[in-house]
Design a protein around this ligand. Structure first.
Ligand code: BES
Ligand code: ZN
Ligand code: ZN
Length: 486
């Protein structure tokens, strides 16, 4: 999809679909009135008949039957109008109307030129489909929108470019997460990282095999031990010239490319969607893709703990005691609490880079979904300043975050008789005890944990969110970097 502007009059837009928005309770815009006039009042008549009030998602669509140079006009309700996600949904609504009508060119009238980035992003995200593994029907190939044009004479080229780059990043995270685990294994994630590392100022270190052993990454080695696809720690560094180490951020992602539960094997139902258990890694790689394209001023590390959790003769066992990269020992009480073991080594590795903050993203617990439902991600942190920044970044990106407390009393459920700590908390507050396990490995570095178990996957299409992987986290991480630059 090519993103551009069209500076002419709305009634002069040729081909495809023209979309205008109306906020809830607002009057028709000049553009809407001009289209209505050209259609002899048909748009306002249809809006009246359909009780169109501008509620988010409400729509009126008409073929123009030669009265305008475009084939179809769409009036979309934009609800509260100016939230980032609302803007993305608006553009997505226009693109999806065009796709359903097999129109390949979309013109959209923005209410404000400064919305250009979110609109571009929404157009691309709304058009996202995961069809890599489906045969193309030559007689009716999938509809495509080739051109998306904002009808404005403002100079919004940079905003469109940024929206496009962020869309690439979110789509990468979505596609990695949607990809089947027989394809998307630890080696595959390393190959994606190598591709990102082709950009200027980006370098890659992949730790695998004997090097993991030599470094003593006991968590990563244990979790990956049962798989024929060996584990890897993937470390991308973005270091622009002249950047100060003091401003560096480190993103850490859980990259369990399939979570069978290991010897504590999951039920068939519990295992069905566990190809998404690398959603945290996908968000980190997506964010690094955005960093590689948009070249911000500060240092960013992207670290992925990639492993497949499988039952096998070489698997780690419940009752094993692991010596972790940090030197702490962990008594394994459940091999299905594997993400925290991989993350623990990666978080300790991140502390050695001395960043100003570590943000980890993980599909860590089912308990998080029980607590917050499928749309919110949990935020847990013992650093008020960094936590505030992450929550503000979530707001700016319009990704739903909700803070949960760390509770030292609850952390006692991780105490072990045989080792420094166990990998399994008590029956309650599972999202919290999982975070408190991780807290043991962050040292003195400010750290924020995001449990994205719910938000990683959408059950159905919903505006710019499409059914399947959402790419959750990429936009929040980018907003965090962007906020630091201002
Ligand atoms: N990957 C799962 C968590 C998960 C569950 C993510 C559902 C997305 C949807 C994680 O590794 C896991 O198995 N967690 C266990 C922890 C338990 C053994 C302490 C869980 O949530 O049941
Ligand atoms: Zn698990
Ligand atoms: Zn898992």
């Amino acid at each position: 999809m090519k993103l551009s502007t069209f500076a002419g009059d709305v009634t002069a837009f040729e081909g495809g679909l023209v979309a205008v928005g109306r906020a809830q309770g607002a009057e028709a815009s000049e553009a809407e009135k001009a289209l209505d006039a050209a259609l002899g009042g048909a748009l306002s008549a249809a809006a009246e008949r359909l009780r169109f009030k501008g509620k988010a998602g409400q729509k009126v669509a008409l073929d123009t039957l030669g009265k305008l140079p475009c084939a179809r006009v769409l009036l979309l309700g934009t609800g509260d109008d100016d939230t980032p996600a609302g803007l993305r949904d608006f553009a997505s609504g226009a693109v999806n109307e065009a796709l359903s009508q097999r129109l390949d060119r979309v013109g959209l009238v923005p209410a404000r030129a400064e919305d250009a980035r979110q609109l571009a992003l929404g157009a691309r995200l709304g058009a996202y489909r995961f069809e890599d593994y489906k045969k193309v029907d030559e007689e009716a190939p999938p509809a495509r929108v080739e051109r998306f044009e904002l009808l404005t004479d403002a100079a919004v080229g940079d905003a469109l470019e940024a929206g496009d780059a962020l869309a690439d990043a979110v789509c990468l995270a979505r596609t990695l997460t949607n990809a089947p685990p027989n394809v998307c294994n630890p080696q595959y994630l390393a190959e994606i990282a190598a591709d990102i590392a082709k950009a200027p100022n980006v370098t890659l270190r992949v730790i695998e095999g004997d090097e993991l052993v030599k470094l003593g990454m006991g968590g990563v080695l244990a979790v990956g031990g049962g798989s024929s696809s060996p584990p890897r720690v993937i470390h991308l560094t973005y270091h622009p010239p002249g950047a100060s180490k003091d401003d560096a951020l480190a993103f850490v992602g859980k990259g369990i490319t399939f979570d069978s539960g290991g010897l504590n094997v999951k039920t068939a139902k519990g295992m069905a969607e566990m190809f998404i258990d690398m959603g945290g890694a996908a968000a980190v790689l997506g964010a690094m893709r955005a960093v590689a394209s948009l070249q911000p001023d500060s240092i960013v590390h992207g670290i992925v703990g990639a492993a497949e959790n499988m039952p096998d003769g070489a698997s780690y066992r419940p009752s094993d005691i692991l010596t972790m990269y940090s030197g702490k020992t962990v008594e394994v009480l459940n091999t299905d609490a594997e993400g925290r073991l991989v993350l623990a080594d990666c978080i300790h590795y991140a502390t050695e880079l001395e960043p100003r903050g570590i943000i980890d993203l993980a599909t860590l617990t089912g308990a998080c979904m029980v607590a917050l439902g499928p749309y919110y991600s949990a935020v847990l942190s013992d650093d008020e300043a960094l936590c505030e920044q992450v929550l503000a970044a979530g707001k700016a990106a319009d990704e739903r975050l909700w803070r949960l407390p760390l509770d030292p009393k609850l952390a006692k459920t991780l105490e072990s008789k045989r080792a420094d700590i166990t990998n399994l908390g008590g029956p309650y507050g599972g999202a919290i005890t999982a975070a408190q396990f991780l807290q043991n490995f962050k040292g003195d570095t400010p750290w924020v944990h995001l449990d994205i178990a719910g938000a990683v996957l959408a059950e159905k299409d919903d505006g710019h969110i499409r059914a399947g992987a959402t790419g959750f986290g990429v936009l929040t991480l980018w907003s965090l970097i962007e906020a630091a630059a201002n």
